[in-house]
Write a protein that binds this ligand. Structure first.
Ligand code: ZN
Length: 301
């Protein structure tokens, strides 16, 4: 496919970076991955990669960055494109989009990693044709991207769906949670590291019938109950390492229906929940596809 358009994507994660050029998940011309170290090193690695690919395939039209956060995704803000207050050493107040855009001379789309993944699923994956949906990742942390009426939701900063408080039955589950800010918020109770801390070994080492999964589905279902009632999503896409455990989806769907008790009167929830709470259609490519989708959006603005 040669449309004359060539997009660059940066998926900036807390442990690794993925850079790619192409036009979508089925047309990735080149890709590179490297560990997350310092802004100076990682940004020059990104620039070197894009310059090299530019020499090979022609000039880039735009670049998209889907970044770990917190970030400033507001185009009119003086700190647009910055990673802002992250506790990650060296990364607080990093001008990410500005440095990349000025060095390459192209428009830059910039958003949270989860808003990026949501946009990628909307463009090419499990949210095609929808205008209001959420994308959640349940892994090292828990985050959510949201599209409302066809636009990614930013609001005050951007959603932080991993940090909602949850009902916590201390007798049934004495684990105090591990969020440094809130203890037993959703991320504190249900992230991959929370599972490992509570049970003394990583989720990947627990058998599919271990009580960990029933409890995990319980907490996720409480969170989805809240998100369904507040945002009225047409679909919920659930990615991340924890969701790779296949036994979670059936448990979760069951518990969401039980928790809602028939209150949300729509066939999507009442009858077709298997196609309502779903894994990402783009699988492991969701992240980098999201960054390329952000580039595509920036190229049209
Ligand atoms: Zn928290």
């Amino acid at each position: 496919m040669d449309t004359g358009i060539l997009l660059g994507g940066i998926e900036a994660g807390g442990t690794k970076f993925v850079c790619a050029v192409g036009t979508g998940p089925d047309d990735i011309r080149a890709e590179i991955r490297f560990p997350t170290t310092t802004p100076a090193e990682n940004l020059s690695q990104c620039l070197a990669f894009f310059r090299e690919q530019g020499d090979r395939y022609g000039e880039l039209t735009a670049v998209g960055i889907a970044s770990f956060g917190p970030v400033d995704p507001h185009p009119h803000s003086p700190t647009f494109g910055y990673i802002t207050t992250t506790p990650k050493p060296g990364w607080a107040n990093t001008d990410f989009a500005g440095v990349i855009g000025q060095a390459l001379g192209v428009p830059v789309g910039f958003d949270t990693d989860v808003n990026g993944a949501a946009l990628g699923e909307w463009r090419w994956g499990a949210a095609q044709g929808l205008d209001t949906f959420i994308y959640l990742t349940i892994g090292t942390g828990i985050g959510g991207g949201v599209m409302v009426n066809g636009r990614l939701l930013h609001g005050l900063i951007h959603p932080e769906m991993g940090h909602i408080p949850l009902p916590h039955d201390w007798a049934a589950d004495p684990f105090p949670g591990r969020c440094p800010y809130h203890g037993d918020c959703l991320e504190g109770m249900a992230s991959g590291p929370a599972i490992a801390d509570r049970w003394g070994k990583p989720g990947g080492d627990l058998p599919p019938d271990h009580p960990a999964w029933e409890l995990e589905a319980h907490y996720l279902a409480l969170a989805l109950h809240t998100f369904i009632c507040t945002l009225s999503p047409q679909r919920i896409i659930m990615g991340g390492g924890v969701m790779a455990q296949p036994q979670i989806f059936p448990l979760l769907r069951q518990k969401v229906q039980a928790s809602l008790r028939g209150y949300v009167q729509h066939t999507a929830v009442l009858e077709n929940i298997d196609s309502y709470i779903v894994p990402p259609a783009l699988g492991a490519r969701a992240g980098v596809a999201g960054a390329i989708a952000l580039a595509e959006l920036a190229s049209k603005q």
